[in-house]
Design a protein around this ligand. Sequence first.
Ligand SMILES: NC(=O)C1=CN([C@@H]2O[C@H](COP(=O)(O)OP(=O)(O)OC[C@H]3O[C@@H](n4cnc5c(N)ncnc54)[C@H](OP(=O)(O)O)[C@@H]3O)[C@@H](O)[C@H]2O)C=CC1
Ligand SMILES: O=C(O)CCC(=O)C(=O)O
Length: 421
Amino acid sequence: MTDTLNPLESAQEKVRIACEKLGTDPAVYELLKEPKRVIEVTIPVKMDDGSVKTFKGWRSVHSDAVGPGKGGVRFHPDVNMDEVKALSLWMTFKGGALGLPYGGGKGGISVDPSELSERELEQLCRGYIRGIHKYLGERIDIPAPDVGTNGQVMSWFMDEYAALNGGNMDMGTFTGKPVAFGGSEGRNEATGFGVAVVTREAAKRFGIDISTAKIAVQGFGNVGSFTVKNIERQGGKVCAIAEWDKKEGNYGLYNESGIDFKELLAYKEANKTILGFPGATKISAEDFWTKEYDILIPAALENAITGEVAKKLNVKLVCEAANGPVTPEGDAVLAERGINLTPDILTNSGGVVVSYYEWVQNQYGYYWSVAEVEEKQEADMMKAVGGVFGVADEFNVSLREAVYMYAIKSIDEAMKLRGWY
Ligand SMILES: NC(=O)C1=CN([C@@H]2O[C@H](COP(=O)(O)OP(=O)(O)OC[C@H]3O[C@@H](n4cnc5c(N)ncnc54)[C@H](OP(=O)(O)O)[C@@H]3O)[C@@H](O)[C@H]2O)C=CC1
Ligand SMILES: O=C(O)CCC(=O)C(=O)O
C-alpha cells in the first residue's frame, strides 16, 4: 500500500468505507464525496514596504444538509484547495457525530502569518472577508479559528463583515471570538479540554490508568497546549512534547516525571518558543517518535503519522487531536500492530461544540459561565463517545469506522428528508 498524503482522497476513502459498512444508498456517497461549494479568492495586500503582494484563499462548504456550513479558517503556507476541501468534509462528519445543527465548512489562506506585520495581517483578513462575505452568515456559513488564526483574526473578520453588511452585527456569523467581543467562555480552551475528555474515556476502554500513564503530545499550539493543561487537571502527566522551529527543524522536549504546563506556557509567552525550556531535556524528533509511551496525542498538522512512523511507534493508544494526523497507511500499520486509536472527528470535536454554544449565546444575547460551558461540553462529548463506542462494539469495527458510521446516519436522514435522493 502506498501512503496517500492527499487529505481529500484519504477523507473520501473514510466516507466510502462507512457507506459500504452501513449499506447506505449509493446516492449517499455520491452526495458526500465532494464539497457543495468552494470559493477561491485572490487577496491583494499593500505591504509595509509599499509593494503589493497577492495571497490565495479558499472557503469550502462540504455539506449544508443538516444546517449552515461550520468550520475554521487556517493560515499556513501549505494550505491548498484540496486540503481545505478535505477539512470541510471532516467538519460535516464532526458535526454529525456530535449531533450539531450544522454542515461542514472550512477555509484557509496560503500564507505564513508570522512573516506579516500586524497591519498587513489585518489587511489580509479584511480582504479575505471582502472576497467571501456574500456566502457567510449565521444561517449560511460560520467560520472559526484553526491553525494560525485566533480571536483577533475573528474580530477583524466580524468587523469587516458588519461594515460590508450595513452594520449587521449578527455576531454568530463567526465563532471563536474573544469574550470581550461576543465570544464564549471556554471556547479558547475547548478543543484541548475535549481531547482530554476523549483521551480519559479511551484510556478506560483500553485498560490504561491515566494517572500513571506516560503521555506524549505533538504540537504546543492552541490544541496541544490546552490538551496538556487538561490532562494535568485530570491528574495525568505529559512527559514529552514535540514542536518545530524555523532554524532547528523538528525537535522534542522530554521529562520522565512530567512537563509542568504552567511553567512551559509562561516560558513560551516570554520567549515565543518552547525551545530551551529548562524544565525538560531537548530530544531529537526521531527520539520523540520512538520513545515508549502509553498514549500519543498528535496535535499539530496532517500526515504526521505515516506508515513509516507508525512502524516505529512504541505506544498503546493514539488520540488524534489534529485533523488527519494519521495517513491511511499509518492507520493500517497501527491496526496491524494492535495500537488503538481515537479518531480526529471525535477527539477534537470540543472546539466546534463550544463554537455551537457561542452561536447559541450570540443569538440569545445571554452568556454562560465557564463552569456551565465545561459541564455542557463534557456531557455532549460523553454522549458522542458512548454512541461511537457502541457502534464499534455492535459492528465490530474500529473507532475510526464507527465514528463515520455513527455520524452518517443523521446526515443521510436529513438528505433523504430534503428529497436529495
Ligand atoms: N483550534 C481549534 O479549535 C481546532 C483545531 N483543530 C486541529 O488541531 C490541529 C492544531 O491546531 P491549533 O492548535 O489550532 O493550531 P496552532 O497553530 O495553534 O498550533 C499548531 C502547533 O503545532 C506546531 N507545529 C507545526 N508543525 C509541527 C511539527 N511538524 N511538529 C511539531 N509541532 C508542529 C505549530 O508550530 P508553529 O506555530 O511554529 O508553526 C504550533 O505550535 C490542527 O490539525 C487543527 O486543524 C481541530 C479542532 C479545533
Ligand atoms: O469551531 C469551529 O467551528 C470549528 C473548529 C475547527 O475548525 C475544527 O474542528 O476542525
